[in-house]
Design a protein around this ligand. Structure first.
Ligand SMILES: C[S@@+](CC[C@H](N)C(=O)[O-])C[C@H]1O[C@@H](n2cnc3c(N)ncnc32)[C@H](O)[C@@H]1O
Length: 313
């Protein structure tokens, strides 16, 4: 039975900005200390229950235990979110379907987008197609009232870039719900020969990679989520902080953050990472794929080849 949140009030005033914090401990315990209806945006990238090797967490529960645990922490996320709040969930194939059903049917979230994050590097599977995606669920508490800053994340349209059509919306269009991270989008660090990354997020060869956490996500990906789903000054919560990417992106984008992480070692690294960042600093990595279509050199209408040239070739 889905849990109903109370009707959203006006957007809660951001005049009193929440302090930014990183806490060491179990997110279930730490979430229980967070006030109900208090947080505008949650992003969670939990362990996928695939036997990944973390510092302290053992990533191999029975299916029932994993689903029960996921229900409990997602239920806490639902409780702490403001009535017009947003929850983004990153999850692998193994449990994407189950967690979506739990989030929507049991907990009362409404799914706005099921984003596929497509990447083209790093995985060589055996006797199956190479895995090249993860799932990003965009859930909201109330489909009639939620933050979505479309102008903050628009990309140029094909109409503008390829065809040079003056009727194109100069503000661009909303990105597709398949988010592509290609080697050419991360030219500063990607080495196409390197295939040592087991669970590809920020490759070992990327300059962005901190080097001490295997599941570091790209800041540009969090940038799109934070820009679209929160306002400057808002508080962003991440119950599985990992290497601290969400918190780093939040700080750079002038949001407050609240991060939980069970490993003391990771927490120490996160604090160092955050201390080295200034508010307003640019996100790491190349700018998010701003162009969703290939650009022509001057962004002008491509000339049709002449009839004679066509027959020649
Ligand atoms: C997939 S990683 C998150 C990676 C993160 N998105 C990043 O970009 O670095 C999941 C993290 O959750 C932490 N973790 C596991 N169980 C936890 C719990 N009960 N409470 C808090 N953190 C937990 C693990 O130690 C791990 O660092």
């Amino acid at each position: 039975m889905a849990i109903k949140k109370r009707k959203p009030a006006r957007r809660q005033s951001s005049s009193k900005r929440a302090p930014s914090r990183v806490r060491e401990g179990d997110c279930l315990d730490l979430l229980s200390r967070v006030s109900t209806d208090s947080i505008p945006l949650a992003f969670a990238d939990p362990p996928f229950n695939i036997g990944y090797s973390y510092d302290t967490y053992h990533d191999r529960r029975s299916t029932d235990d994993y689903l029960d645990w996921s229900t409990r922490w997602m239920s806490e996320i639902h409780r702490v979110l403001q009535p017009n709040g947003t929850f983004w969930l990153a999850i692998g194939d193994e449990y994407a379907a189950e967690l979506k059903v739990i989030a929507t049917r049991e907990l009362g979230f409404v799914c706005r987008s099921w984003v596929v994050w497509y990447y083209t590097f790093g995985v060589n599977c055996q006797q199956k197609f190479n895995r090249s995606h993860a799932h990003l669920f965009h859930f909201v508490c109330d489909p009639k009232s939620f933050t979505f800053n479309d102008d903050a994340i628009r990309v140029p349209s094909a109409r503008e870039l390829v065809y040079g059509d003056r009727r194109a919306n100069p503000k661009g269009r909303l990105p597709d719900d398949t988010w592509i991270l290609r080697p050419q989008d991360l030219t500063s660090g990607f080495n196409t020969d390197d295939d040592t990354w087991y669970f590809p997020r920020v490759c070992g060869t990327f300059k962005e990679r901190s080097g001490w956490h295997g599941c570091q996500m790209p800041e540009q990906l969090l940038g799109r989520i934070i820009r679209s789903s929160s306002h400057p000054g808002d508080l962003v919560i991440d119950p599985f902080a990992g290497s601290g990417t969400t918190l780093a992106a939040a700080k750079k984008l002038d949001r407050s953050y609240l991060g939980f992480e069970i490993s003391a070692d990771y927490v120490a690294h996160i604090r160092k990472r955050l201390a080295s960042i200034k508010n307003g600093q640019a996100l790491d990595g190349s700018p998010e794929p701003l162009k969703s279509v290939p650009s022509t050199p001057q962004g002008k209408l491509l000339k049709k080849p002449s009839r004679r040239r066509r027959t020649k070739s």
